[in-house]
Design a protein around this ligand. Structure first.
Ligand SMILES: [Ca+2]
Ligand SMILES: [Ca+2]
Ligand SMILES: [Ca+2]
Ligand SMILES: [Ca+2]
Length: 272
C-alpha cells in the first residue's frame, strides 16, 4: 500500500519539459527559474542544478556574476562589496573580491566605486563616515561637489549629507546629524520629510506618534502632537476613536488602537 502510494506520488510529479524558459532538472522532477541554477543551493532532488559539470558551462543569468573558479553565480551587487573576510565571501573561492576582478568591475546601479575599487551604496558618499577603506568617499574635494542623493540633505558646511528625517528632529550629535549642527538651525522654513509631522515648536516627529496617546522623549515635547486629536482627520476609510487617540476601521481594530479598545453598545469603539 505504502509502496504503491510512493510510486503514484512519484509519477505525478514527473514533468514533461519546462515552459516559460525554465530549466528542467536532469531527473525531470522540477522546473527551475534560471536564477536558481548554480546559485550554490541545491534545488533539484538530484542536485543537477549545482552539478559542477553543469555549472562549468552555465552562463549566469543577467545581473549575476560567475565566480572565477567555482562557477557559482552571485548577484552583481555583492561583487566587490569589500567583504574580504573568508566568512563573508560570496563566491566560495573568494574571487568576487579579487583585485584583478574589482579593478575592472563596474559597480551596479546605485553603487559607487571607491578609489580602492570597493563598491559602496551612493547614499554612503559624504555621509560623514568613511565607508571606502581608503576614505575616498569622504574626501573634501569630492564632498564639496557632491549633490546628495534622494532623501539626503546637505549640511551647511557643504561637506556632509544626512537623511532628511534627521533634519529638525530635535537631535544633534548623533552619527545621523550634521557635524556643524546645521540640520537643526533653520526649522522655521523646513517642511518636514515624508511621514514626519511638524510640531508647534517646529520639531519634526514621525507621523505615527501623533495622537498616539503618549508624550515621551520622541514626541514634540510641547504636547502639540496630542492636542486637537478629536478634530484631526483620519486617513480615508478609517475613523477617529472617541477619545481622539488613533484611527481605526470598522472591520479590523488594528492600527493604533490595537489591543487597546473597548466596544460600547451605543457609542461604538473607544481606544483605551
Ligand atoms: Ca540551485
Ligand atoms: Ca562580495
Ligand atoms: Ca561614507
Ligand atoms: Ca537632527
Amino acid at each position: 500500500m505504502s509502496a504503491n502510494f510512493t510510486a503514484c506520488v512519484y509519477c505525478l510529479v514527473i514533468v514533461q519539459g519546462c515552459s516559460d524558459g525554465k530549466w528542467e532538472c536532469h531527473d525531470g522532477r522540477r522546473c527551475l527559474e534560471e536564477r536558481y541554477i548554480c546559485d550554490g543551493i541545491i534545488h533539484c532532488t538530484d542536485g543537477s542544478d549545482e552539478n559542477p559539470d553543469v555549472c562549468a558551462l552555465w552562463q549566469c543569468s543577467p545581473g549575476r556574476f560567475k565566480c572565477l573558479f567555482d562557477n557559482k553565480c552571485i548577484p552583481n551587487k555583492v561583487v566587490c562589496d569589500g567583504n574580504t573576510e573568508r566568512a563573508l565571501w560570496n563566491c566560495r573561492d573568494g574571487s568576487d573580491e579579487l583585485d584583478i576582478v574589482c579593478s575592472e568591475w563596474n559597480c551596479t546601479e546605485g553603487y559607487w566605486k571607491c578609489n580602492d575599487n570597493k563598491c559602496i551604496s551612493v547614499s554612503r558618499i559624504c555621509n560623514g563616515r568613511a565607508d571606502c577603506d581608503d576614505g575616498s568617499d569622504e574626501l573634501t574635494e569630492k564632498c564639496l561637489q557632491w549633490n546628495c542623493t534622494h532623501k539626503m540633505w546637505k549640511c551647511d558646511d557643504n561637506l556632509q549629507c544626512v537623511h532628511d528625517y534627521a533634519v529638525c528632529d530635535g537631535k544633534t550629535g548623533s552619527q545621523h546629524d550634521c557635524f556643524d549642527m546645521s540640520d537643526e538651525s533653520n526649522c522655521k522654513e523646513w517642511e518636514c520629510a515624508n511621514y514626519m509631522w511638524k510640531c508647534d515648536n517646529l520639531k519634526c516627529i514621525p507621523e505615527r506618534l501623533v495622537c498616539d496617546g503618549k508624550t515621551d522623549y520622541y514626541d514634540c515635547g510641547d504636547g502639540s502632537d496630542e492636542s486637537n486629536c478629536e478634530n484631526r482627520p483620519c486617513p480615508e476609510g478609517k475613523w477617529r476613536c472617541k477619545n481622539g487617540y488613533g484611527c481605526v476601521d470598522n472591520h479590523k481594530f488594528t492600527s493604533l488602537c490595537e489591543n487597546r479598545f473597548k466596544i460600547y453598545p451605543h457609542s461604538g469603539i473607544n481606544c483605551i
